[in-house]
Design a protein around this ligand. Sequence first.
Ligand code: SAM
Length: 357
Amino acid sequence: MAEAEFDRAKAKTFTQLMVRHLEGAAVSIMIEVGRRVGLFEAMATLGAVTSAEVAEKTGLSERYVREWLAAMVCGGIVEYAATERTYRLPREHAAGLTGASSRNLTGMAEMFPLMNRVIPDVAEAFRTGRGVPYSAYQPDFTGLMDRRSRPRYDELLFSAYLAKPEGLVPRLDAGIRVADVGCGTGYCIAQMARRFPKSTFVGYDISSEGIREARAAAHGLANASFVVQDITRLETPAPFELITAFDAIHDQADPAGVLRRVCAALSPGGTFLMLDVWASSELADNVGVPMAPYLYTMSTMHCMSVSLAGGGPGLGTAWGHQVATRMLHEAGFTDVKLFERVDPANSLYVARRAEAS
Ligand SMILES: C[S@@+](CC[C@H](N)C(=O)[O-])C[C@H]1O[C@@H](n2cnc3c(N)ncnc32)[C@H](O)[C@@H]1O
């Protein structure tokens, strides 16, 4: 009876889907290997070439290069001319695989080795529900995040993110007090401090590795400082006119507490600028959205797990617009504006602390 109900066409379609998932995972591994050894950058400068020519140009082993090229050809990344036995990386493909801009998507695959490394910890957390601490991802995580975010900040920090709140840039020009919570390696602080010399900037992060790098990178900037600080316990001597959080709220152990602290640390009428992942809080809305499986995977393998490890709610990477907006209101912000997709992956929330009455 059960056999009669088995839908063979559906099973076949599903097998095909599984095959595509497995192919994608396999190609991602090879993308990361190719990125590490500089094969994409090299291929982008060579026209149609044999594997021997690629090996000679890169100083890599021809046998490894040939096997990697085969995976790239079958994965649709490199083109192959069978008669000449030559390989070519089309310019249109190279644009998404090389260079320092955010169009280079290989940084997304760079996350996978770290996520693979913590599979045993995450599997154990499924049994205990206790999460995986931030420390399990170090020392790699800080540098990975930095490399992944930096091109986006170079391209969009001033033109898209800081430009959204009306009148903010003139106030930064005139000189205000600014904090960045969860600042990582402090790249945004350093960029802002250079651009707005009359404003003063403080970066807070719980990671001493991140703050060490931040201090080194901001060397010589008199208006930038960095503090190793758990922002759930943020105490500020004087209020800030602007607080920013770039991709730093959804994985907090106490996100509601952090938002309350941020609101309290602002001067009346002060602005909170929160860049966070574009998503709906409703799973059904995210089905079929490109990269949604990546979001839920990164959430399970990192963002949700680090929050749970700290005794937090584990909001997850796809906590979404509805939950984020509600939490900002609950934290005491009076005016919350959402700018969806200010870049391909993120939305921007601009929230204000009420003016003093
Ligand atoms: C996803 S990273 C984003 C880093 C940086 N803003 C960027 O965009 O590259 C989140 C950062 O929040 C920091 N963080 C997490 N919990 C924190 C806490 N309770 N207090 C301070 N920093 C925290 C982490 O160490 C990490 O550097």
